[in-house]
Design a binder for this molecule. Structure first.
Ligand SMILES: NC(=O)c1ccc[n+]([C@@H]2O[C@H](COP(=O)([O-])OP(=O)(O)OC[C@H]3O[C@@H](n4cnc5c(N)ncnc54)[C@H](O)[C@@H]3O)[C@@H](O)[C@H]2O)c1
Length: 261
């Protein structure tokens, strides 16, 4: 028996990077998956790749900053697959900027996608999750637990996601709904696009290797594997947890210890 047999999941930002890896992995583990992305073509490509390889997926065009889109995303998934067990709020953007130069619009855009989008996905999923129990998985970031230079709006949003996750864990435990947040370190994805830059994956790999004491960057599958565990029954008593997948980046600073190799 696969780890998500019989389950239905929605993943936002599933057209690329972490969300795409999670959609494919969840489908291989038996879940039927709503593949949601603001970029319809990407969502369709990922859903088709799942359907072509024996899985079941529904492509959904959804801008997570719009309540009506999120409501339709959940309704279409439940209409197609009959239930909802996992709401994985993963969509995010990460443009850089300094506070004294930042426009109000730039600030609001990041808060809208990275924080309000998590609220809206959760808001519309909960009535379905509460029927039989389920899990909300939110993609936060190490920027949700540490300050990261050049990312004031992103850090504010991701810290907010962590607080939000904890409250959902408390308020919905009585409905057997769990809520968890994952904090990835440096992941080799297309997130640079949202910074307006094209990042060579090998540069991210080098950066990750330098930043992560474990010596390599995260691949999207590293995060998807953590999400799979948290979505599965193996994590039945895990709620409110903030799980870093960052190769020990946020543990502290390493330095040569005198007398040790
Ligand atoms: N890549 C990293 O190093 C890293 C580190 C920590 C956290 N994260 C977080 O991981 C999540 C996934 O990012 P990724 O690295 O896979 O990036 P990515 O750019 O590869 O994928 C993000 C996807 O989200 C979609 N998206 C953007 N705005 C959206 C919106 N308004 N509505 C719906 N979809 C939208 C994009 O079209 C894209 O397909 C984000 O929340 C990001 O903040 C990434």
């Amino acid at each position: 028996m696969a780890r998500l047999d019989g389950r239905v999941a929605i993943i936002t930002g599933a057209g690329s990077g972490i969300g795409r890896a999670a959609a494919r992995l969840f489908a291989r583990e038996g879940a039927r998956v709503g593949v949601a992305d603001v970029n319809r073509e990407r969502a369709e490509t990922v859903a088709a790749s799942i359907n072509d390889t024996g899985g079941e997926a529904l492509a959904i065009a959804c801008d997570v900053t719009k309540g009506a889109d999120c409501e339709r995303m959940v309704a279409d998934t439940v209409k197609r697959f009959g239930r909802l067990d996992v709401m994985y709020n993963n969509a995010g953007i990460s443009p850089m900027g300094l506070v004294h130069e930042m426009s109000e619009a730039d600030w609001r855009k990041v808060i809208d996608v990275c924080l309000t989008g998590v609220f809206l996905g959760t808001r519309h999923a909960l009535p379905h999750l509460m029927k039989q129990g389920g899990v909300v998985i939110n993609t936060a970031s190490i920027a949700g637990i540490t300050g990261q230079p050049g990312l004031p709006h992103y850090c504010a949003a991701k810290h907010g996601v962590i607080g939000f996750t904890k409250v959902v864990a408390l308020d919905y435990a009585k409905y057997k709904v769990r809520a968890v947040a994952i904090c990835p370190g440096a992941v080799v994805t297309n997130i640079g696009e949202s910074m307006g830059i094209s990042v060579d994956p090998n540069v991210t790999r080098q950066l990750g290797a330098a930043l992560h004491p474990l010596g390599r960057a995260c691949e999207p599958e590293d995060i998807a594997n953590a999400a799979l565990f948290l979505a599965s029954d193996e994590a039945a008593l895990i709620s409110g947890v903030i799980l870093t997948v960052d190769g020990a980046w946020t543990c502290g600073h390493t330095f040569p210890v005198p007398g040790q190799q």
